[in-house]
Ligand binder design. Structure first.
Ligand SMILES: O=C(O)CCC(=O)C(=O)O
Ligand SMILES: [Fe+2]
Length: 352
């Protein structure tokens, strides 16, 4: 029986001419998930922040709560975020339409080995520990979205392109609000972070669709990693599968709540705040019954932005500088060479 499952062909994740079966997706044993996709009990302590009262005098409290969430968890859920449900539903529909297309058509927009932008079914370049996911990765640039969509949908690209561009513009605005609030809560000038985000040359989106998996106890949608960027705004559907690593090496599931985003701190923001805000390792697990859709919007500063912790967040005796200042462009270049981020390792190169 086990043998039969392992020999099964995995149609939704096989590119043309590259048939894959379940056994090609079995991960190294240390990585096998210890809790299932719908085990959320331990994750209910993850803070939930609402923007409903953002305009009132509660602003101060809200900013502090956000900083606390990013300090203690590296993650929070955001509700009443102001991005319209219509924008979100529209883009989800377009993503599903894309993933539902025949493989030949999707591969017209395939990513190339040298540039990780476009569509791919799993990521065969990894060789082993293959993600159980279809993935679309694109830069925030409207031109790039249109170029990708035109390759895949031809003259019919407009609904996809428009939905995607609108969604990313909304998320960008939301990201800037969060950065202002974090700066405020940390006692920095409100534009401390946002002034570095004028050019959006490397901000990007990654959309995943994880098909049902016959062997979820040995496969992973996305392996454990921290996000190297600054801030991630994650949209997940109601299935569940995102798990985060608590400090005591315990994995906990993030319960999906309707019309919310999951926000998490990336490595770059951790360095920028001298470790005050934490970039926490997480992963996506899969399940036998349901496909799952998620999308991560990764906010990145201008390439020339210098990531250096401001003096207000350090203390020469008790909390000296932990990372040598670096530019986002330099870090990004190194990440592109590294290709695969495993666990939380990317920042080590700048440790003092
Ligand atoms: O699918 C998820 O819930 C996680 C996605 C993620 O962590 C990422 O794309 O970096
Ligand atoms: Fe991530």
């Amino acid at each position: 029986m086990a043998q039969e499952i392992e020999e099964q062909h995995v149609e939704p994740l096989s590119s043309i001419g590259q048939p894959l079966c379940v056994k090609n997706f079995i991960w190294s044993e240390e990585e096998w998930p210890t809790i299932t996709y719908e085990n959320f009990a331990d994750g209910d302590g993850i803070p939930t922040i609402s923007f409903r009262e953002i305009k009132s005098q509660n602003y101060e409290t809200l900013c502090k709560a956000m900083v606390d969430a990013c300090t203690n968890w590296g993650f929070f859920r955001l509700v009443d975020h102001g991005v319209s449900l219509e924008t979100i539903e529209k883009v989800k529909l377009r993503w599903n339409e894309l993933f539902d297309l025949p493989m030949e058509q999707k591969l017209k927009g395939a990513r190339s080995a040298c540039l990780p932008l476009g569509y791919c079914a799993t990521n065969p370049d990894y060789g082993k520990d293959l993600p159980w996911a279809e993935i679309l990765q694109l830069l925030q640039s409207p031109q790039q979205v249109v170029a990708f969509a035109s390759k895949v949908f031809g003259d019919e690209h407009q609904p996809f392109s428009d939905a995607m561009i609108e969604y990313m513009q909304e998320l960008d605005k939301l990201g800037m609000t969060i950065f202002e609030m974090l700066a405020h809560g940390l006692g920095l000038t409100d534009n401390f972070f946002t002034q570095n985000f004028e050019e959006k040359d490397s901000t990007m989106i990654r959309v995943h669709r994880y098909p049902p998996c016959p062997l979820p106890e040995k496969c992973l949608g996305l392996g454990s990693h921290s996000d190297p960027h600054t801030l991630t705004i994650l949209l997940q559907d109601d299935v569940g599968g995102l798990q985060i690593l608590k400090s005591d090496s315990q994995w906990i599931g993030v319960r999906p709540i309707p019309n919310s985003f999951v926000i998490n701190v990336g490595d770059t923001l951790e360095a920028w705040t001298n470790g005050r805000l934490k970039s926490v390792v997480h992963r996506a697990v899969v399940n036998k019954e349901k496909q799952r859709l998620s999308s991560a919007y990764f906010l990145c500063p201008t390439s020339s932005a210098i990531i250096a912790c401001p003096p207000q967040l350090m203390n020469s005796d008790t909390n000296p500088r932990k990372y040598s200042p670096f530019t986002w462009g330099d870090f990004r270049k190194q990440l592109l060479v590294q290709k695969r981020v495993l666990g939380k390792t990317a920042l080590k190169r700048y440790l003092i």
